[in-house]
Design a protein around this ligand. Sequence first.
Ligand code: FMN
Ligand code: MN
Length: 501
Amino acid sequence: MPPKDLREWIALLEREGELVRVTAEVDPDLEITEIVDRTVKSGGPALLFENPKGAKHPLLINQFGTERRMCLAFGVASLDELGERVGDILEMQPPSGLMDKVRGLQKLKSIADSRARTVRSGPVQEIVLQGDDIDLGLLPVQRCWPDDPAPFITLPAVITRDPRSGGRNVGMYRMQVVDKNTTFMHWQIHKDGRADWLATDGRIPVAVALGLDPITAYSASAPLPKHIDEFMLAGFFRGEPVELVKGVTVDLEVPANAEIVLEGYIEKDELGTEGPFGDHTGYYTPPEPFPVFHVTAMTMRRDAIYPSIVVGKPPQEDAWLGKATERIFLPAVRATVPEIVDYDLPVAGAFHNCCIVSINKAFPGHAQKVMHAIWGLGMLSLTKCVVVVDAHVDVHDYGEVMFYAGANVDPARDVTIGEGPLDHLDHAPERQFVGGKLGIDATAKLPVEGARPWPDEIEMTPEIRDLVARRWSEYGIELVPPAAAAGFDKTSRSLLQLLRR
Ligand SMILES: Cc1cc2nc3c(=O)[nH]c(=O)nc-3n(C[C@H](O)[C@H](O)[C@H](O)COP(=O)(O)O)c2cc1C
Ligand SMILES: [Mn+2]
């Protein structure tokens, strides 16, 4: 069973040798960032800072910083297992025979049981601060980078309801601390939380959960379609529902097992100047107007633990949240574009800058069809550059992708330039939010696509390969396979290539 709250998760990390407790007094103002940056980049452990300077609560960071910890969080051996579980549901067929029916019912039950459940009380309300007692200064909120004007809450699960449908949304949006009971809410233009706010007359109630079990925390970052409750995805992967309690001052339910909850509201027409912020693009995003969040209650467990994350020039800890999303959403991508075999969003491309996709090419123009599909698919629509390769190419091996992008491409014929929406944070386009798209067709070309006969790729005969394998010891040559030696899978290998640059 995956950990049921943050404390079980910390205990698991500790048992697995994946956590270091830092007892020295450390400053959440910049110092923690530098420590974490070094730790993340060397594949180091999760860190529990027990004495953050000036705060009453400990700070947990780098809980998601390696593939192993991400797998531990979900209780799986590889992140691909997550995609397989989603694929199982998406690809359900009418059952034939009794066993098939029973298996089908089990799957349906796993969906039915994933809906969040309301309970009467939870440890998150052991302490309730209201009015003058509310003080965000109790928390070790980090100022992450030198030009950040204030501390930012970086790992929240922000809960709202769509005023039209009543449907819940949970999203991870950074919150700049303004004073002891006010923050900004960084709802970007393409996000569901912002849509709920825009659809509201007057004020929208908002609750912010901090310090969750790792799956529920992850779910806040998952790019689900607007009408799907992220807590349901969390329940599905946890194998049991997320338990919620009623807020003390807001008409919203909040996770019963959270460490901390901030309840409050946001007015429709109250904006403040948020930023700059050292962002996951690797640059500071400039100041921009964003809504203002007023805290009406701060509820906590006794000795609550505050969770944080640092984003910045990749790779950072969020790389693995992104990789989990990539694997979890592959079956959904394939459900609409079945010719897609696999895809990879390079960490160095900050996820929205580049998508490498492999396809079973079946007709002329197929690569272009898939580029346009990606540019029309959920948050993938913000992708700036799409590289399409044939099915046999390993999209996670950037050397291999580069080989085909070089060898198979005639730029005069195989490059597609388009236009469309770009990420809110992208500083490159002339106008914010819209700009160019680049598609590179690195598949083998058909004659009707304007190609001369395509040459064969070089390969040794199986006979000689077998012969050499048999005789290897006779030659007296000792070779260490570069990455296999360390037991890394492909995703980590790509990351490793990045780290070695
Ligand atoms: C560490 C981290 C920080 C993030 N910060 C923001 C942010 O400040 N604003 C934002 O709009 N999205 C941010 N995101 C991305 C959103 O969480 C993500 O797009 C999510 O799908 C939003 O939920 P929604 O689709 O329900 O709006 C962040 C993601 C991570 C992993
Ligand atoms: Mn959503």
